[in-house]
Ligand binder design. Structure first.
Ligand code: PMP
Length: 404
């Protein structure tokens, strides 16, 4: 039988020079390994074509500016933004959320307004809103989860009121892998006049994203989870929102005119990119998007779904293993082994050359809701194969033997 492209296993490990033979890297949700084309793009930028952007009058700088802006255009196309000007380069998702909290929220929230978050959010999609709410006298509500670990949108529908100005949800959970019905979340938010911010850290590397079709208002992600460099990420916001947002950091590049009588600001996105940007990071992100697009997100999702299904099946068959999250998780499996701290699970797996994450995953409220101090988490990427699932399962069987 012919396998279609989406269901054929990927065989990409040879693109990743930092993954030695026999090492099962299952921590892609924390950060993805880098494929050779991304490493080459970064080396070329520093080693051959390097110069500053936007300021230089010489050809090299003009060329670098073209490359930097081409990265912005590539990001816009990749996530379905209406225009490159809607793409703001930031340090990462964390900075993108803080930017929205300190500009849009700071000028929008009034005493008594409300923000709806969910129980599964990463700390970076909780703490900035707590800080913004505290400053404005606004309140935070927490949407519960369904039994299988999805944001309960029926509950969200009941909770939302005209006092809600913002809903901020993870598009894919970094702990449970659950995929949000983002379009429904947008419709629910908009029905009460609220905006929807989606934390796309775990979705952008795992499922095709089109911000226009999702009808959200803000979207953030980090390049390093998308096989790109650290230190750069993206805030997308609808053009009309971005144009109305005040600047947050002052400095070079974000101004229109500066005098001691007062300064005026550049239009977006420059208004939000004070200082010399992460030029080479943007080029690396461009290469990462080309790499991911070359494989296709449908193929990546199918590949990771197959690995998740195999891992859940086999781990679930071990008596002492408790699985969290839904069966159709996007590339992420969290679990606990009865009577064994997840850190011990992680250490024993490391001895078997299996790298997982163990801890609270920057989601302490979720840990509390699950009734555990921490979980072990295996997360997959384009370089993983069935052999990595075999190594994971063998490692967990060893854990259960050791702890008997
Ligand atoms: N949100 C989610 C869902 C994440 O998984 C992460 C990274 N663990 C973040 C936000 C924060 O991303 P960063 O540290 O790259 O800013």
């Amino acid at each position: 039988m012919m396998l279609d492209r989406a269901s054929r296993p990927l065989d990409r490990v040879s693109d990743f020079p930092a993954i030695p033979d026999g090492w099962a890297y299952l921590d892609t949700a924390a950060t993805a390994q880098k494929p050779q084309p991304v490493i080459d793009a970064i080396a070329r930028a520093y080693g051959e074509t390097y110069a500053t952007v936007h300021r230089g009058v010489y050809a090299r700088s003009a060329d670098m500016t073209v490359a930097y802006e081409a990265a912005r255009t590539r990001v816009a196309g990749f996530i379905g933004a209406a225009a490159p000007e809607e793409i703001v380069f930031v340090r990462g998702a964390t900075e993108g959320i803080n930017l929205v909290a300190q500009t849009w929220a700071a000028t929008t929230l009034r005493p008594g307004d409300r923000i709806l978050l969910s129980m599964l959010e990463h700390h970076s999609n909780i703490v900035p809103w707590q800080m913004a709410a505290e400053r404005a006298g606004a309140l935070i509500d927490v949407c519960p989860l369904t039994e299988d670990g999805r944001i309960d949108l029926d509950a969200a529908e009941r909770m939302l009121t005209p006092a809600h100005k913002l809903v901020a949800f993870a598009h894919v959970s970094n702990v449970l892998g659950s995929i949000l019905d983002a379009r429904r979340a947008a419709d629910l938010a908009h029905a009460v006049g609220a905006k929807l911010l989606l934390d796309g850290c775990q979705s952008v590397p795992r499922i095709a994203v089109d911000v226009t079709a999702l009808d959200c208002d803000f979207y953030v992600f980090s390049a390093h989870k998308l096989y790109g460099p650290t230190g750069i990420g993206v805030l997308w916001a609808r053009g009309d929102l971005l144009s109305a947002m005040p600047p947050w950091q002052g400095g070079g590049a974000m101004i229109d005119r500066v005098s001691f009588a007062g300064s005026t600001y550049a239009p977006p996105p420059a208004r939000f990119e004070a200082g010399t940007p992460h030029i080479v990071g943007a080029l690396g992100l461009h290469a990462a998007i080309d790499y991911v697009d070359g494989i296709g997100l449908d193929a990546i999702h199918a590949h990771e779904a197959a690995l998740v299904a195999a891992a859940r099946d086999r781990l679930g068959a071990i008596n002492s293993v408790r699985l969290f999250g839904p069966a159709d998780s996007a590339g992420i499996v969290s679990f606990a082994v009865d009577g064994v701290h997840p850190h011990d699970v992680g250490t024993i797996l490391d001895e078997a050359k299996v790298a997982i994450r163990a801890g609270h995953h920057c989601a302490q409220p979720l840990m509390e809701a699950l009734g555990v101090p921490a979980t072990a988490r295996a997360s997959f990427g384009v370089y993983n194969s069935a052999a990595d699932v075999d190594a994971l399962v063998a490692g967990i069987e060893r854990v259960t033997r050791i702890f008997g």
